[in-house]
Design a binder for this molecule. Structure first.
Ligand code: M6R
Length: 591
């Protein structure tokens, strides 16, 4: 999704701005731009494509001498990805960069067009900029405050005003921080953008306005200056660099044992941090994409092992549907970024109904982490690849631990101690699967020319299929679908033809035979069967990989990494931009 950085200090801002934009590349974007300010002179440089293209353009341009600038990566929402629509936008005396969506922009635009304003772009951002220009007064805080009162929707703005040599920022429902430097200060929509320059920052809350010079930061709310806490980001050992790996995705998959160990240590020694789910009659796990698929595994375990009624729902549906909260309900929000717009909306819906919420999140200062009633953090460190891998594994691990603890508390888990010991050994068992990466590379190479693939499984294996299929499709652009194995013959089997890859996940004892017979149905139609199982006795049709058999609670943690690697190597064999798949954004902060 879009990204913002801004600089004010005593140096030329170009290097900082470009560095910051590069750090935001992982979020997904299709154009970028910067605005430099010197007194009343504004210079804007924009480009479509990669940040390197913008950098080249800046290098070829005679830039104005200055010490103040803002920059942006745009992920197109209003209007196509071209230079006209790229940010920054300038209307009269106001120049802005913007993350989010202004929902009433059409209405405002119609009014302004009638008043004779001519718009150059199709963006909602230019409309917001025109509003600020219309309400421009010689009091910058008043200008911004009056302007945001006109805007509906979500926004994080970096703002330059003609008559001021300060940097301004404001946000609502879209993250923005003010970084604190020495003789310089920054704004950023993501701590990663500035983490090479500072680890201290102020987190802006909704409608707080920052007025920033090189050595002062003032925050205003409702016209009054307010005190704000300075936050510190503690760096984890994993850095936001690729190290020796060609792609973040592979690096992050290989980090899974380390981050799993770290997360287990955290909850092993402080059991009080593991929320007690047994006091709820019903649990709703609400999330998007992979986080939802992690939730599906949680649901299977909570129902089967801990006997707690549980539903999963994608947040974009949950937020708008009628939800009947007639029992003591907990809503669990699962999110790596903690900034996914639909998941935030689902959380707020639950809060409006007085329902408890638990966030399972990676980014500690994110909106979901801050607003949920309870939270449990996964300790994934920075996840840069757009396709989530290590964060997903940790989401599954935490949900499994929650289910195990709930089952134990209810006296439903006779093997509790044994499973705790198994948990201790899990990182090493996972490492063994990752050590077989060459095997998965060969599978990826085999899939190079395939246009389509299917994943089949039952129960928890079906939940695994959903994630395996998403990984393959999002990074390798292979059309791929996951089906409940028994459902295939109700229509989809008509797509099975000679040579089509079908991945069968078979780990669940009580339904293995059933899935095996579904595999035979597709094998007899000459599909190429890739089986991942925990059972040596399962038939090998074309390819079989057997992981160690462990308890149902943790089995997915040995299976999904194999599928992540297959997705990765398929994309690799096609020479794709694995860390930034087309059209995708790391955190989806708009609806
Ligand atoms: O940050 P979140 O966990 O809330 O993100 C949810 C999804 O957008 C995310 O998992 C998405 O599906 C990824 N592209 C999957 O790799």
């Amino acid at each position: 999704m879009c990204g913002i950085v801004g600089y004010i200090g005593d140096k030329s801002p170009e290097k900082f701005l470009i560095d910051g934009l590069k750090k935001l590349e992982y979020r997904g974007y299709d154009s970028s731009g910067i605005a430099l300010k010197n007194n009343d002179k504004i210079q804007i440089i924009k480009s479509t494509g990669r940040i390197s293209e913008l950098e080249e353009k800046i290098n070829e341009t005679e830039t104005i001498p200055c010490t103040l600038g803002i920059a942006h990566t745009r992920w197109a929402t209003h209007g196509e990805a071209n230079e006209r629509n790229a940010h920054p936008h300038k209307v009269g005396r106001v120049t802005i960069v913007h993350n989010g969506i202004i929902e009433n922009s059409n209405e405002i635009k119609n009014r302004l067009v009638n008043e004779g304003i001519v718009f150059k772009s199709e963006t909602d951002t230019e409309v917001a900029c025109a509003v600020m220009n219309e309400l421009y007064s010689n009091d910058p805080i008043e200008t911004i405050e009056n302007s945001i009162k006109q805007l509906k929707g979500s926004y994080a703005f970096g703002i330059l005003l003609e008559d001021s040599d300060k940097l301004y920022a404001v946000r609502k429902d879209s993250p923005l921080i003010v970084g604190i430097g020495k003789n310089e200060n920054y704004i950023a929509s993501d701590i990663n953008a500035i983490s090479d320059y500072t680890n201290e920052y102020i987190l802006l809350e909704d409608n707080e306005i920052a007025e920033i010079t090189k050595d002062s930061i003032k925050i205003y709310k409702d016209g009054q200056e307010i005190e704000k806490k300075i936050e510190t980001e503690n760096k984890t050992i994993e850095t936001a660099n690729k190290g020796t790996y060609e792609h973040f995705m592979l690096k992050e998959i290989m980090e899974e044992p380390i981050v799993l160990q770290r997360t287990l240590n955290k909850y092993k020694y402080s059991k009080e941090n593991i929320m007690d789910l047994t006091k709820y009659d019903e649990i709703h796990i609400v999330a998007c994409g992979s986080a939802l698929y992690a939730g599906m595994i949680g649901k299977e375990l909570l129902e089967e092992k801990a006997n707690i009624k549980c539903f999963t729902e994608c947040a974009s549906e949950y937020r708008y549907k009628k939800v009947i909260y007639d029992r003591k309900t907990l809503v669990i929000l699962v999110s790596q970024s903690g900034e996914t717009a639909d998941t935030i909306a689902a959380m707020r819906k639950a809060h409006e109904e007085g329902i408890d919420t638990l966030a399972i999140v990676n980014v500690k200062l994110s909106t979901i982490a801050r607003e949920a009633k309870y939270h449990m953090f996964i300790e994934a460190g920075p996840e840069i690849s757009v396709a989530t891998t290590k964060a997903y594994i940790l989401q599954v691990a935490l949900l499994s631990i929650l289910a195990l603890e709930a089952a134990h508390k209810k006296g439903l888990e006779p093997n509790y101690e044994q499973y705790l010991q198994e948990l201790e050994k899990l990182p090493n068992k996972l490492r063994k699967v990752l050590n077989d990466k060459d095997i998965f590379q060969k599978v990826g190479e085999e899939l190079k020319e395939d246009k389509s693939a299917f994943f089949i499984g039952r129960g928890i294996d079906y939940a695994i299929c959903k994630e395996g299929s998403l990984k393959l499709k999002e990074v390798s652009y292979t059309h791929s679908d996951a089906y409940e194995a028994g459902e295939l013959k109700h229509g989809t089997i008509s797509l099975i033809e000679e040579g089509i890859p079908v991945f069968a996940i078979i780990t669940k004892d009580n339904i293995k035979e059933k899935t095996e017979s579904n595999v035979i149905e597709v094998a007899s139609r000459k599909a190429k069967i890739y089986t991942i199982t925990n059972d040596e006795a399962i038939t090998n049709h074309h390819f079989k990989y057997t992981v160690e058999k462990i308890s149902d609670y943790f089995q997915p943690i040995l299976v999904v990494p194999a599928l992540q690697l297959i997705g990765y190597y398929t994309a690799y064999s096609r020479g794709l931009e694995i860390d930034h798949p087309r059209n995708l954004a790391k955190s989806v902060t708009v609806e």
